[in-house]
Design a protein. Structure first.
Length: 187
């Protein structure tokens, strides 16, 4: 199976999973794949949105439940956490929408929001709006960047296939290593 077939078959799922934790790189690549006809533009936006929403909702609930404990571990950055809390209280809607675009706040931002006691319903509404704006913007950037890299896209298969095998092997080895560590700690 070549790389184009892999993208066509598993691209949306890979986008969704990739956007749960990180995102911009996956979304840009999804836009490039849409430009090359491997994925549909709307499907890429939907998968990126879903992954972004799921990831931020999980982090929000983590912050809502354990936020103070988690945030206390960032002793050197308490001033930034406090500034973020002040912004949340002054402009909660804008902060929730904008946290996706704030460098350094992509992961910690929803935890801070959760710890600020912003209502779950309000967070969900603005999380969806923010995810839509974010996904549409980055998919569009990737889509238009696809024109620039289109001449090299067909050659991607010969270079990427070995990397996929190495990455797959690395993931399996990591899972086995973590499993062994877990079993040793339980003894």
């Amino acid at each position: 199976m070549d790389i184009n077939s892999l993208i066509s078959h598993y691209g949306y799922l890979a986008l969704l999973v990739g956007c749960i934790a990180e995102g911009e790189t996956f979304v840009l690549l999804g836009g490039v794949a849409a430009h090359n006809g491997l994925l549909h533009f709307a499907g890429v936006v939907a998968a990126a949105m879903a992954g972004g929403i799921i990831g931020d909702q999980l982090l929000y609930w983590l912050g809502n439940r354990y936020g103070m404990r988690i945030l206390s571990r960032f002793g050197d950055h308490q001033d930034k956490v406090e500034k973020a809390r002040q912004l949340i209280h002054r402009h909660p809607s804008l902060f929730v929408i904008g946290v996706r675009f704030m460098y350094g706040f992509r992961i910690i931002g929803p935890i801070i929001i959760g710890s600020s006691q912003l209502s779950p319903r309000r967070f969900l509404v603005f999380n969806v709006i923010g995810a839509f704006i974010w996904a549409t913007l980055f998919v569009s950037l990737g889509y238009f960047a696809g024109k620039l890299i289109e001449p090299w896209f067909d050659k991607l298969d010969q270079y990427m296939q070995p990397l996929f095998w190495v990455a797959g092997l690395a993931v399996v080895m990591y899972i086995v290593w973590k499993g062994i560590r877990f079993l040793r700690q339980r003894r």
